[in-house]
Ligand binder design. Structure first.
Ligand code: SF4
Ligand code: MG
Length: 314
């Protein structure tokens, strides 16, 4: 709720504060139990920062993180540990996120050993069946991360995230480091697991094609702001925000007879330390109007279940 994350920027010998990088700027986002919410935007737009805020891996500059009706923003110590069990992350880079010196079995059951040892008498059996559940073998328990392919390593990361039976998993570009042929397998696995484990997913991606098959709803982020949220079918059929339109137009079209115009944006993403006035997208928006430079558009419901921040819809 109204979540902001500003990173201070310092300069010079005395590290004087010269400004803020507004990584996440006043975001209101609600996730519903059991859904997959696809969060899309160019790299650097604040998607990962928002994910880490929700998981309480970093603290917001202001605003609140509400989980299961509890404001967890100020939780510390044992209270924070308790909610952390329900909130897990699957990372983009399965190599960097797994400890290469640890046996796979111990990587996967580490969260249990840290959080809930007492309730798991048959930890090894449990861990081995979890490995089997994500498409690995029981014997893989004794191996080390370097003995696996990228896709298998991501399966290890997924098993680890599942170990404590969390409620919410934030998957931060979980397949973008993998070969295209492997991506679909991992996505299908995540889908199956969602059913079995009653999971809610926040699925982060940098383009709209990966989240298309996964998501129930989609949110589009630009420069620290969410500019549009909609049901999946609506957003692909009829994107409303000009930035969403450009992202949709970039998805390769499998049907060569259906003419589709590619919208190419001019210019680069502005520096988040000095974001544009008014609508943050106005410097690149193909349909910007004079008001867009002056007034920040309100993020509001323009149709049932659809929210957009754009003066075209006010
Ligand atoms: Fe474009 Fe203006 Fe809408 Fe921003 S508010 S997206 S600049 S039309
Ligand atoms: Mg990122």
């Amino acid at each position: 709720k109204n979540a902001k994350k500003y990173y201070p920027v310092t300069a010079g010998f005395f590290k004087r504060k010269v400004g803020d990088i507004k990584a996440v700027d006043d975001i209101n986002l609600e996730l519903f139990k059991g859904e997959t919410f696809g969060l899309v935007g160019e790299s650097g737009c604040g998607k990962s920062t928002l994910g880490k805020l929700i998981l309480r891996l970093i603290n917001p500059t202001s605003g609140n993180i509400i989980f299961n009706g509890n404001d967890i923003t100020t939780f510390t110590g044992s209270k924070l540990r308790a909610v952390r069990r329900d909130l897990q992350m699957v990372f983009q880079d399965p190599i960097a996120s797994l400890n290469s010196k640890m046996m796979v079995g111990h990587i996967v059951d580490e969260p249990i050993r840290n959080f809930a040892k007492e309730n798991h008498k048959n930890l090894k059996d449990e861990t081995q069946s979890l490995l089997v559940r994500v498409g690995l073998r029981k014997e893989d328990y004794y191996k080390y991360p370097h003995e696996f392919s990228g896709g298998q390593r991501q399966r290890i990361g997924i098993a680890r995230a599942l170990a404590l039976h969390p409620k919410l998993i934030i998957a931060d570009e979980p397949v973008s480091a993998l070969d295209v042929s492997i991506q679909a397998q991992v996505l299908n696995l995540l889908k199956e697991l969602q059913q079995d484990f009653n999971l809610t997913y926040l699925f982060i991606a940098h383009d709209l094609s990966v989240v298309k098959h996964m998501s129930d709803r989609i949110g589009v982020m630009y420069l620290g702001h969410i500019v549009e949220i909609a049901q999946k079918t609506d957003i692909y059929k009829e994107p409303l925000h000009p930035y969403t339109k450009s992202l949709i137009s970039a998805i390769p079209n499998p049907d060569p007879f259906e003419k589709k115009e590619r919208i190419i944006l001019q210019g680069d993403v502005p520096n988040p330390q000095n974001p544009p006035s008014g609508c943050v997208f106005h410097t690149r928006c193909p349909v910007a109007m004079p008001i867009c430079q002056e007034v920040k558009p309100i993020f509001k419901e323009v149709k049932p279940y659809r929210r957009v921040a754009c003066h075209l819809y006010e």
